[in-house]
Every structure is written in structure tokens, then in C-alpha cells.
Write a protein that binds this ligand. Structure first.
Ligand code: ATP
Ligand code: MG
Length: 303
């Protein structure tokens, strides 16, 4: 891609990601249709795949500069209901980046050691270093999602009882907002993704998991039980997004009934983010240039 093509591509990425970017509390979940593909139809799928491939190689280039510059870190957080396609979105979008500059962490039910600490502890230890991309497959947001839907998890957290009041969720939102503000001020760029799948599409994907032997491993009976709480989860997600979407750490609520579309939107969002950082390779000092010239001369004249 030459410079002009790249700028055009970034412009398109920005346009594609924009309808799904949430930066304040005006968000309503009902405004996002999980089956939405904007003006793209199934016929555009091959073109979307091509664009994704281009996007993936541009991402690799950006990541190389991010690493060389060693100033910013990028934290991508993925949240979703089961079978929404978190894993596959992460796999496809990050497929081109250098594994040395990228780390994925999955946060499952907390261990006993985790429960002996504040809720941020296990995530704080996994934050990306400067120059790196960190991906959280689930995150501290579970503290206001699954823990809110299933109050018994909150009881297991061993908090002093007088600290658990009716304000606990509002307090957690506040803490998360502050932590994200703090991280942003330290050069950690945060982008959050909610892959919004419909209940109907989830059912279809669960049935595929049951019917196709190579998908059996993904099936868990517990996931079916969790469907009963669908409405509670949707309410919790809406509340989380309204309370934690900010300009510096926006949510992207990505329609997830069509995997090809989900991937393109996620890639576009990551591209618009990295493009906004004005990344470039570090400039080499005069002394360094002299050193390079001397090294070249020595190599050429030596044996
Ligand atoms: P995924 O469902 O993300 O694809 P998985 O099926 O491989 O991953 P699971 O064993 O289902 O892994 O682990 C994820 C589960 O852990 C989710 O149901 C999630 O709600 C739960 N979880 C994550 N964080 C917490 C938390 N802080 N407290 C309680 N449960 C949590
Ligand atoms: Mg699971």
C-alpha cells in the first residue's frame, strides 16, 4: 500500500467503525441490531474478506512501529455472551501481528488466590508493556456482569460486609472509570469491544457445537443454563456500557450475528485507533548514522 492508499484505507476504517463506537452514556442496546451489516450484503463477503486481509497487514505494520517506538501500549478488551465469536475475532484480526509484540489473556472464574485480592489485581498483572498490544478475553468487566447477574459470586469475594451496599455496582463503575483514566494518562490506550450476538444466533451456534464433532470441545452444558439469564445480562451490559464509555476509552458495540462482519468492524476499530497515535519509526540520531556508516565501512573493507 502506498501512502495515499493507506490514508484512504484508514478513512474507510474510520467510517466503518464509527456507527458502533460509544463514547458517552447516551447508548441504548436496542439501537444496535446484532444482525446489522450496514450496507454490506452476503455478496460483499469476498470483498470484506479482502479488506480484512489488507487490514491485517496494515495492523502488522502499525504494530511494528508501536514496538519500535516503545511509548504507547494498546489494551483491547473483549466481552460477549458465549458463542458470540470472541475467540475467532481475536484470532483473525491479530493473525498478522508479530507474536512477540502481542499477548492474549483469558480471564475465567477467579482462583482462590485471585479472590484473596482486590478485583483488579489479576488483570493489573497482565496489562501490556509499552510497545505491546495486550488482549483481554473477558476482563475486570466481568465484575459488573457475571458477578452482578449471579450474586453468589459476590459473596465469594470475601469483601468486608459493610463495604457491600446497594451502591456496589455504581462504585465499581466509578473505580473502573478512574483506573482507565489513570492507564490512559500512562500511555495505555484502551478500546473495549462488546460482540453483540442475538439469542437466536447463539442457539444456532450451540446446536452446531452439538452436531459437529470438531466443535464438541467447545460445548459446555453450563453455557445452555446461562441462556436463562439472557435478559439480566443484556441489562447489565447496557448499564456497563452507559457507565464506562468515554472518549478516551470507548466501547465498540459490534453486531455479532455475522462473523465476517464482526471481524471487519473489529479490525477497522483497531486500525482507526492505531492510526490516531501518529506512529512512526524512531528517528535515528546523527551519531547513530555515523556509527552505521563506520560499521558499513568496516564490514566492506574487512575480511
Ligand atoms: P469463553 O466462554 O470466554 O469462550 P471458556 O468457555 O473457554 O471461555 P469458561 O470456563 O467458560 O471458559 O470461563 C469463562 C467463564 O468465567 C465465564 O462464564 C465467565 O463469566 C466466568 N468469569 C470470568 N470472570 C469472572 C469473575 N470475576 N467472577 C466469576 N466468574 C467469572
Ligand atoms: Mg465459556
Amino acid at each position: 500500500m502506498n501512502h495515499k492508499e493507506m490514508n484512504n484505507f484508514i478513512k474507510k476504517a474510520r467510517k466503518l467503525a464509527k456507527p458502533f463506537r460509544v463514547t458517552d452514556d447516551s447508548f441504548r442496546l436496542k439501537d444496535i441490531d446484532p444482525d446489522d451489516t450496514l450496507d454490506l450484503t452476503a455478496e460483499d463477503k469476498p470483498r470484506a474478506k479482502e479488506a480484512l486481509a489488507m487490514g491485517v497487514s496494515l495492523l502488522a505494520e502499525f504494530q511494528d512501529m508501536l514496538y519500535a517506538q516503545d511509548r504507547w501500549a494498546l489494551l483491547l478488551i473483549f466481552q460477549a455472551m458465549d458463542a458470540a465469536g470472541k475467540d475467532s475475532a481475536i484470532k483473525h484480526v491479530m493473525s498478522g501481528v508479530n507474536p512477540q509484540g502481542c499477548e492474549v489473556h483469558s480471564f475465567k472464574a477467579p482462583s482462590n488466590e485471585d479472590l484473596d485480592h482486590d478485583f483488579m489485581w489479576r488483570c493489573a498483572r497482565r496489562l501490556p508493556e509499552r510497545g505491546r498490544i495486550g488482549i483481554f478475553n473477558r476482563s475486570y468487566y466481568e465484575e459488573t456482569l457475571v458477578v452482578r447477574v449471579h450474586r453468589e459470586f459476590l459473596e465469594k469475594q470475601k469483601l468486608p460486609p459493610e463495604l457491600v451496599t446497594k451502591d456496589i455496582w455504581e462504585e465499581r463503575f466509578q473505580d473502573i472509570r478512574h483506573i482507565e483514566r489513570y492507564l490512559t494518562r500512562n500511555g495505555v490506550v484502551i478500546r473495549k469491544f462488546f460482540l453483540h450476538v442475538s439469542k437466536k444466533e447463539q442457539k444456532k451456534r450451540f446446536l452446531e457445537r452439538i452436531e459437529e464433532p470438531e466443535k464438541h470441545w467447545k460445548f459446555s452444558a453450563a453455557d445452555i443454563k446461562e441462556r436463562q439469564y439472557w435478559d439480566d445480562y443484556m441489562k447489565a451490559y447496557e448499564d456497563v456500557i452507559q457507565n464506562t464509555a468515554t472518549k478516551h476509552a470507548p466501547w465498540y458495540v459490534v453486531p455479532a450475528d455475522n462473523k465476517w462482519f464482526t471481524r471487519v468492524v473489529v479490525a477497522a476499530a483497531v486500525i482507526e485507533t492505531l492510526a490516531s497515535l501518529n506512529l512512526h519509526y524512531p528517528e535515528v540520531s546523527k551519531e547513530k548514522l555515523k556509527e552505521l556508516a563506520a560499521a558499513k565501512k568496516a564490514l566492506l573493507t574487512g575480511k
